[in-house]
Design a protein around this ligand. Structure first.
Ligand SMILES: Cc1cc2nc3c(=O)[nH]c(=O)nc-3n(C[C@H](O)[C@H](O)[C@H](O)COP(=O)(O)OP(=O)(O)OC[C@H]3O[C@@H](n4cnc5c(N)ncnc54)[C@H](O)[C@@H]3O)c2cc1C
Length: 353
């Protein structure tokens, strides 16, 4: 390129981007921009709870800062409510390499979705985030006092429990390592990836039958592992037989796997069957005891009892996400979290307007 041509191009670009600004002003501006890039913390760190400077009293404390908690926080933050999110950092899907069936994020790594949500929510300056664990809750004159593992006591007028549930892994070697990778909990989340594959259902009775009916649409290579005496009605056995769904009652001893990807199910008698994936129905407990301590009712299935507005039976306490829903999915967690946030804000509005 000719020298004259280069000069003309530089002059054109200078005018286009900096207009009539003087060279010195441009240099000063670029210096500021570079300095801001070199800041020691990411922007979100400024909304982390600061023990030295932030108040310990909030309008709302959200316990659990995963999908449902962050969704509640967004509705509240956008309404300028002072909110503290206390999060222990253990979402139930943390071992899953890819999350599915959540529109706009299909196939994404769960932590990528959660990090994006957190970055967006923490842009709202009235929302603070604290990495800690809430260990007890009490009613008091302010509303509620929440004590954390690190020994700090916070107060809030309203509480939102977005604490999730804890899956109990059976005593089968390799099961926990495969959980969320090739041992999965739900056909909507991971069934498509197992379509036409050799699939086991580790469950018994109604749950196994229900799963078999759903999974049968995705693959016709299904074996139910009851790991003990099968518990089906005659008509259920008839339907399973009709679709060539095998039932194996021998106790499961080990899952042979490679980095969580199942190879074989090994039984107590030493026999083994090769599978590509397993649907595992496992028991669960509530992740936090505080809702019960505060008097929240639990349903016969083990969930916090809520109404259609995510309100528990205790005034000023809401619950959302997995802890109060049988529909275990990101979409449900985000939906119910949003309802809880909106309703908590509406109550605060009605109380003060
Ligand atoms: C293995 C697996 C794979 C899944 N895959 C999919 C999928 O592909 N697609 C899909 O849509 N759904 C999937 N799900 C379901 C989805 O992950 C859940 O529905 C969703 O994570 C529920 O969100 P949540 O906010 O209610 O709870 P969680 O995401 O479980 O988060 C609860 C949070 O609360 C915190 N917490 C609990 N108690 C306390 C306390 N006392 N103090 C402070 N913090 C606390 C925890 O540390 C955690 O961070 C999967 C679930 C599992 C188990």
């Amino acid at each position: 390129m000719r020298q004259g041509c280069i000069n003309e191009t530089i002059t054109y670009l200078w005018r286009k981007f900096f207009g009539k600004m003087k060279r010195r002003e441009v240099i000063k501006l670029s210096g500021l921009a570079l300095a801001s890039l070199a800041l020691p913390f990411p922007i979100s760190a400024f909304t982390k709870y600061n023990h030295m400077k932030d108040s310990k009293d909030f309008e709302v404390i959200i316990i659990g800062g995963s999908y449902s908690g962050l969704s509640a926080a967004m509705a509240l933050g956008r309404s300028l409510r002072s909110v503290l999110i206390i999060d222990g950092g253990l979402p139930c899907n943390r071992q899953t390499p890819h999350s599915h069936n959540f529109i706009t994020h299909d196939g994404e790594k769960p932590s990528v979705i959660a990090d994006k949500a957190k970055t967006q929510v923490l842009k709202y300056s009235t929302v603070k985030f604290l990495n800690d664990f809430a260990i007890s809750g009490k009613k008091n004159d302010y509303g509620f006092a929440i004590t954390t593992q690190s020994g700090v006591i916070f107060q809030a007028k309203k509480l939102v429990f977005a604490t999730g549930i804890k899956d109990t892994m059976p005593e089968i070697k390799g099961f926990a390592e495969c959980w969320g990778i090739s041992v999965i909990h739900c056909p909507y989340c991971h069934g498509y990836e197992l379509r036409n594959k050799k699939t086991a259902i580790y469950a018994n009775g109604e749950k196994a039958f229900h799963l078999a009916s759903l999974v049968n649409n995705l693959t016709d290579k299904i074996t139910i592992l009851t790991s003990g005496k099968a518990d089906f009605k005659d008509e259920q056995i008839e339907k399973l037989n009709k679709r060539s769904i095998r039932i194996v009652e021998t106790k499961v001893a080990t899952l042979e796997h490679e980095n969580g990807y199942i190879k074989n199910v090994v039984f107590n008698d030493g026999s083994k069957i090769n599978f590509d994936g397993i649907y595992g129905v496992v028991p669960f407990t509530q992740h936090s005891d505080i809702p019960v301590e505060l008097g929240c009712e639990i349903t016969e299935h083990g969930y916090i009892k809520v109404d259609m507005f995510q309100k528990t039976n205790i005034t000023n306490i809401f619950a959302c996400g997995d802890n109060s829903s049988m529909m275990r999915s990101l979409a449900t967690a985000v939906y119910t979290g949003s309802i809880a946030g909106v309703l908590a804000n509406m109550e605060l509005t009605n109380e003060n307007f």
